[in-house]
Design a protein around this ligand. Structure first.
Ligand code: ADP
Ligand code: ADP
Length: 218
């Protein structure tokens, strides 16, 4: 089974059609950008892909399973825009708390290293920059050593240097053969980091291909 298969996915909010029939198959090992302007349906698509909201029609399958089954099995890591970090905890304590929930305490030093946070392990979350907080969320997403990682605008609020560090960490992870899906509204970010770009507009896939093909369509 492919890492991700979305068939006829639809979601409406009242009279707003957030996702208007998305069909998409993502192979294992692909790094795919969901590109589109604000309101295009990226977050709603991702939330349905993760089983966080139910589609009105269609379905999402991950590795041939329902999203919930894949999440429970630890095959999927998610980094969403929400997800508050507790100010009073250190980076290490924050990651350790979630690792304990996953019964993977041994992963703490590894994911701190994978997210470039080893030197910040003792710092309180209250003292982190926005980009550093995003890297903590990234570390948390890696705890189960997921085969698929799904990121919704992971570099929102980061400056250029923080973006560079974030993508270096991401690249190191994806180079181990993992599948990555990330939402962005930056063409440059899609161009630099994705093998394949899916352009969403008004809840529909309007282009799907390499960055050159997307540029022609955008
Ligand atoms: P994107 O992530 O591309 O910015 P979204 O998936 O967040 O797009 O939103 C798609 C459309 O659905 C937008 O018009 C947005 O306002 C609407 N929408 C998203 N979530 C909700 C919600 N919970 N209630 C009402 N409308 C929503
Ligand atoms: P994004 O563009 O990344 O989707 P938003 O700021 O549009 O970010 O959405 C943030 C949150 O608010 C999401 O949980 C989304 O479902 C919800 N949301 C978005 N649009 C609306 C809306 N029109 N009414 C209610 N909730 C919304």
């Amino acid at each position: 089974a492919p890492a991700v298969r979305l068939t006829g996915l639809e979601k409406r909010y009242g009279s707003t059609v957030a996702v208007a029939g998305v069909d998409l198959e993502i192979a294992t090992g692909e790094v795919l950008a969901l590109l589109g302007p604000n309101g295009a349906g990226k977050s709603t698509t991702i939330d349905m892909m993760l089983g966080l909201i139910a589609p009105d029609a269609g379905q999402a399958r991950l590795f041939g399973r329902s999203p919930r089954e894949a999440v429970v099995a630890g095959q999927v890591g998610a980094m969403l825009q929400t997800g508050a970090l507790r100010d009073g905890l250190t980076v290490g304590e924050t990651v350790a708390e979630i690792a304990a929930l996953h019964r993977r305490p041994g992963r703490v030093p590894e994911v701190l290293a994978e997210a470039g946070l080893t030197e910040l392990a003792g710092r309180r979350c209250a003292k982190l920059s926005g980009g550093e907080k995003q890297r903590v969320r990234f570390a948390i997403a890696l705890i189960s050593r997921p085969e698929l990682i799904v990121l919704d605008e992971p570099t929102a609020g980061m400056d250029v240097e923080a973006r560079r560090e974030f993508w270096a960490a991401m690249r190191a992870y994806s180079d181990t053969g993992r599948t990555v899906v990330f939402a962005t509204h930056y063409l440059e970010e899609a161009q630099s980091f994705a093998d394949r770009v899916v352009l969403l507009r008004q809840g529909r896939v309007v282009a799907d291909g390499t960055v050159a093909q997307i540029r022609a369509a955008a």
